[in-house]
Design a protein around this ligand. Sequence first.
Ligand code: NAD
Length: 526
Amino acid sequence: MAQPSLAKLEREQLISWNPATGEEIGRAALTSPEEVARAVNRAREAQPAWTARSFRERGRLIMKARRVILDELDEIALLISQETGKPAAEAISLELAPALDLMQYFARRTAALLWPKRISVGQYALMGRSSYEVYKPLGVVGIISPWNFPWATPMAEVVMAMMAGNAVVLKPSELTPLTGLKIKEVLSRAGVDDGLLQVVTGDGSTGAALVGAGVDKVMFTGSVNTGKRVAEAAARYLIPVVLELGGKDPMIVLEDADVPNAARGAVWGAFANCGQACASVERCYVHESIAPRFIDAVVAETKRLRQGLGTEPNVDVGSMTSERQLLTVERHIDEAVGKGATVLAGGHRTEDLSSTFFQPTVLTNVNHDMTIMRDETFGPVLPIMTFKTDDEAVRLANDSVYGLTASVWTKDIDRGKRLAELIDAGTVMINDIIYTHGIASTPWGGVKHSGFGHTHGRAGLLELVHAQHIHVNRWAFLPDLWWFNYGADAARLFRGFARRFASGSVLQSSLLVPQMTRRWRKRGRD
Ligand code: NAD
């Protein structure tokens, strides 16, 4: 049989490159739309048997997958590092460890979190009524994920969707297909049915095919522009979607903050993952009275960072994951500098490393007329502005179309909480940054252009089920008072419902009992 040509192979395959070295790491299939549809059908066939299994049995498989991951922790970290350029140590701290924690949390807690819930029906209870909610799996969940956390982001959603009783088809980013396939591999090795979790690899067209392939919900994480396209397509197919989109997250440093600690926090918050986290510090606002001290500490700390190949030890900051993103970083910095920004550290590609390395960069003299303070930069840049009052800090923080996370730094926790509640963001951390994405029990999700819906926490789990309401009338022998027919007496009683029953007061409602009894008696005679 003739060998397929290399050009044909490349059309049918996705090549995964190491962004730091330019070397090929491996290849994955370019899944066709027909294959995506077949994957969804197979997932649908596998789902009923999985749903029939108890939470305990599902949890046992997830815990088994945890052990497979722990056995290969360093190998997986290396793969993540190769596909993204991030330090392998960071792949463990920001991806593997939080995902392992989330796995044990949902393996153990999903049954309790999805326990049927009684709903108070108020005065209807006096008429023998009761209500409760049960949580049923959606069916097949489509997960579309980005490249910046190629393990933690999809793994969390896969585990939560499966624990809730769903089958899953995952479409990892085209830049990190091998990490996506590794997720499938560890779960398969733990015994997860082949049809129940499937990974379709490819670019945006594969993602678009997944949205249109008959899934019951799409969990999308990625950029605002793609999120809008996914939402439009989901509307066409009338399926729900969770959108976890970009951010331009502000950090507010009040005058009573612990300056050295806030500076270290800012540097980690801006440069961890090479600044390619949706919740990276993208804007820093520092009170003018402490600004010189804070900025000096930030610059000193930034200059201490060691940049290099993520696969080598003792590296703090790796390469960027994509050339396209690096061009955005350069465009934002060039424009800011052109408009008067000052570069206090970095500002350029890193000369002695390959072209995807960009120096951790600190900017001052920035303002909200600059793109760098308005659009997501998604790279190793920390622009710092000063403010005079708390009101001004909140106004600046909220002057953005984004609203993913924010942080407030202060020793006065009550003041921090007051400010936190004034900020338009899904999560506000006081004296901390980014990391609640790693707490399995807390919700994650943005407002404004950062998206809608949740992942993580009970709120995230509820996205993956259908809450079915069951209502019971124990007085099976009595017709409802609002049923036909509507004579003058009925109309009088209905006015009573409007004035008294609908007031919510049991006392007021009790005044209707004679009228209600009369109607019941009369209807009994009809
Ligand atoms: P992206 O929008 O380019 O791609 C995300 C995923 O969508 C990829 O798998 C891609 O192949 C797929 N895709 C592209 N076009 C599609 C289409 N028409 N239909 C369906 N799927 C399609 O995003 P990216 O560059 O991979 O990721 C970076 C972005 O993700 C940043 O904006 C970042 O802030 C955001 N992000 C958000 C969160 C969060 O929790 N809010 C977490 C991580 C990343």
